[in-house]
Design a binder for this molecule. Structure first.
Ligand SMILES: [Zn+2]
Ligand SMILES: [Zn+2]
Length: 300
């Protein structure tokens, strides 16, 4: 990006499409179906995973920072329910990815030399310690870059402990099989991004994986999906509760009305005690009918 492009992007982000009225490149509003709703919410996988090994190419829908700014402004006073669109897109994307992970695991089961349950368990201990080291190392490096030296050093201390444990676990694993088998790379599939991780991968390689744009991008997408699911669910419960309140309110009004009518009738006709009771039971019946109609309507 040139300095000029960068400046332009920054202004778009700040001002929306209103700036001089000249920067609405696509001649659409953010609510247009051609606009990517996930992008407006900052979670389009096409953007998050761009220039990684899993680059999805350009999003088929419009991405425009100025439209995102318009949306952010407008959504302060109105709910557009775009979280539902975004949730659906991310759900489809993640379930695709999880399917790939299952296929990769299956392929490993078919192609990797099978280990006995006991040895597999030992291999898993090594895998898990290695992955923990990789994650912490990536985190420590990120903290160091942010200038949080103390936190970073604390993590490095924890990593030293884990390395000792891993050496022991490797020893146990190595002693459980012939040397030639031990040499073979044993792979495992990363549950987050479905990449392959090897049991002989060194700390550096694992840190690059766990601190890399691909793996972190998947974490961002998965976290965002959790958030969206939660907010959509909350709103659904809220709407349902409001609906129930409305129904109850309507019911009460209806009862009041019929009671009033009944009293009016009684007053006007000056009926006897007996006939009043029949009229009341009739109104009960009609109330029951209207109630069951109401509940049928709600079930639909
Ligand atoms: Zn998009
Ligand atoms: Zn990963």
């Amino acid at each position: 990006m040139t300095a000029h492009d960068q400046m332009r992007a920054m202004l778009d982000q700040l001002m929306g499409t209103g700036r001089n009225g000249e920067n609405n490149r696509y001649q659409v509003k953010f609510s247009d179906t051609k606009v990517c709703k996930s992008f407006l919410l900052g979670c389009c996988p096409h953007e998050i995973l761009s220039s990684t090994r899993m680059d999805l190419g350009e999003c088929p829908k419009i991405h425009d920072l100025a439209l995102r700014a318009d949306f952010e402004h407008a959504s302060k006073t109105r709910d557009y329910y775009y979280d539902i669109d975004a949730m659906e897109q991310l759900e489809a994307f993640i379930s695709d990815c999880d399917r790939r992970t299952e296929v990769a695991k299956q392929r490993l089961l078919e192609t990797q030399e099978e280990l006995s349950a006991e040895v597999a368990e030992k291999a898993n201990v090594v895998h898990e310690l290695a992955e923990e080291i990789g994650k912490k190392l990536a985190r420590a490096e990120a903290l160091g870059e942010e200038g949080l030296v103390d936190e970073s050093l604390k993590l490095m201390g924890e990593i030293d402990e884990l390395r000792k444990k891993k050496l022991e676990a490797e020893e146990v694993y190595r002693n459980s099989m012939p040397a030639s088998s031990y040499q073979q790379q044993k792979l495992r599939v990363c549950e987050v991004c479905s990449a392959y991780l090897g049991i002989h991968d060194n700390d550096r390689r694992l840190a690059d994986h766990f601190g890399g744009k691909l793996h972190l991008g998947f974490i961002t997408i998965r976290e965002k999906l959790d958030q969206l699911r939660k907010s959509v669910e909350e709103r659904r419960t809220q709407r349902k509760a409001e609906g129930r309140d409305r129904d109850r309110e309507r019911e009460r009004e209806r009862e009041d009305r019929s009671r009033y009518r009944e009293r009016e009738r009684d007053r006007r006709s000056g009926r006897s005690h007996r006939s009043r009771s029949t009229s009341r039971s009739r109104s009960h019946r009609s109330r029951d009918r209207s109630r069951s109609r109401e509940s049928r309507r709600r079930d639909r």
